[in-house]
Design a protein around this ligand. Structure first.
Ligand SMILES: NC(=O)c1ccc[n+]([C@@H]2O[C@H](COP(=O)([O-])OP(=O)(O)OC[C@H]3O[C@@H](n4cnc5c(N)ncnc54)[C@H](OP(=O)(O)O)[C@@H]3O)[C@@H](O)[C@H]2O)c1
Length: 379
């Protein structure tokens, strides 16, 4: 059977998810064509990617600094996400950057593979309304919602609960007292996943897990009280669902982002990738589950409380967290001060109930600036 070549735009091609997306493309050169690549500041890597994948369009923070390599500059991420030559848009940017491009891609009828989960945190109702309006489903690239999606196939009407697993991050064995002295270098050592800097710190605070709960709420239209989180150190079960009869379906596999990336890019096809290490249950031996200790992760409940509100609250949470992570990485605040910085911003936030997109984005920008100002850091 001859399969049509899938034409891709990768937004955030130089990041952790972006480079792993290109790894999958590299493994299946006859199945994908890279039409467009967008990055931020990593010009060196972007140049290498242009030389290897020969995209028609590129975009980065300073396109004029790129030597002419035959690719045309795109005016914006939104334009790139709606290019007529593109079938699939991989949204692998971070923070607010992916919001408008995701909406534009949905509107243009592109298949949207969404890694940039903050898009759903900031504007879950608008994004899911667009997905419904244009009858265009979103394919999550995050391993947990991808696992849930795969468990849900054939069970859509009979689900009682989603159970999201969490590794517990870099500091799962530290006491609350020890956490005050941890360094950015320690926080960036994730026990099971290799990821970008922001998501790795968000994994240590469990803000990332709160974001995944919110993401799952929007993607699967599931009430918050039917979404549980359990600490599962091995990161082998990526998530589970409980069906109406009490049966648990779990999705297992090696902690390698190329699996959910490949699932989103090939859907509904299943294709063997010889470059991925096969999962061996005997090698893993044991799977463990623990309740999460809220004292160790004060950010989790804070983020769920704010992120599950309506209006601009979730966007302010996203901006405050992004800035708090930057401030911690820059050694301006301690790890244990991250929840206080977020709370201080939220205390000052004047929320808008039914914001338009500009107001959603402005709320995140305002929150990030307020976080920096509250800490007395330069902008
Ligand atoms: N990494 C993972 O394993 C993983 C797993 C699940 C979900 N996610 C989610 O996926 C998203 C990406 O995570 P990541 O870990 O891949 O992040 P990352 O390594 O920091 O990469 C972010 C990418 O976005 C680019 N970028 C940033 N701002 C941009 C802008 N305005 N325009 C164009 N490109 C821009 C960066 O470019 P430069 O580097 O060139 O500046 C980089 O290519 C996040 O939302 C994260 O939560 C990640």
């Amino acid at each position: 059977m001859v399969h049509p070549v899938r034409r891709l735009a990768v937004l955030g091609s130089t990041g952790s998810v972006g480079t792993q997306t290109l790894d999958v493309v590299r493994a299946f050169p006859d199945r994908f064509d890279i039409v467009a690549l967008a990055a931020g500041r990593n010009l060196e890597l972007l140049q290498e990617q242009i030389a290897e994948f020969d995209p028609e369009y590129v975009l980065c923070e300073d396109t004029s600094a790129l030597p002419s390599l035959g690719a045309k500059p795109c005016a914006s991420l939104e334009d790139m996400a709606s290019l007529p030559q593109v079938d699939i848009v991989m949204v692998a940017t971070v923070g607010a950057a992916g919001l408008r491009p995701t909406l534009r891609a949905l509107e243009a009828g592109k298949t949207v593979a969404l890694a940039n989960k903050e898009v759903l945190i900031m504007a879950g109702d608008q994004v899911m309304a667009a997905s419904r309006r244009f009858d265009n489903p979103i394919f999550p690239v995050d391993s947990e919602p991808s696992a849930i999606l795969q468990c849900m196939l054939g069970e859509e009407d009979d689900i009682r609960k989603l159970i999201i697993t969490a590794s517990g991050g870099a500091f799962r064995d530290k006491s609350p007292d020890e956490l005050a002295a941890v360094t950015p270098e320690q926080a960036l050592q994730h026990p099971t996943w290799k990821m970008g800097r922001k998501i790795t710190i968000d994994s240590a605070t469990l803000v990332n897990k709160a974001f995944e709960v919110i993401e799952a709420h929007w993607l699967f239209d599931m009430p918050y009280d039917q979404i549980d989180v359990v600490i599962h150190r091995q990161s082998i079960i990526h998530s589970m669902i409980e069906t109406a009869d009490g049966v648990i379906k779990a999705h297992l596999g090696s902690p390698d982002m190329r699996y959910p990336i490949q699932y989103a890019l090939f859907y509904p096809e299943r294709v063997f990738n010889p470059g991925l290490k096969p999962f061996d249950p005997v090698e893993i031996g044991q799977l463990t589950f623990e309740a999460m200790d809220p004292k160790l992760y004060p950010c989790f409940e804070l983020a769920i409380d704010i992120g599950s509100r309506k209006g601009t609250w979730p966007s302010a949470l996203m901006g405050a967290d992004e800035a708090a992570v930057e401030l911690f990485l820059a050694r301006r605040i301690k790890f244990t001060e991250i929840p206080h910085v977020i709370q201080s911003v939220i205390d000052d936030h004047q929320a808008i109930d039914n914001p338009n997109l500009d107001e959603v984005i402005l709320a995140a920008e305002w929150a990030a600036e307020r976080a920096r100002a509250n800490v007395g850091a330069p902008r």
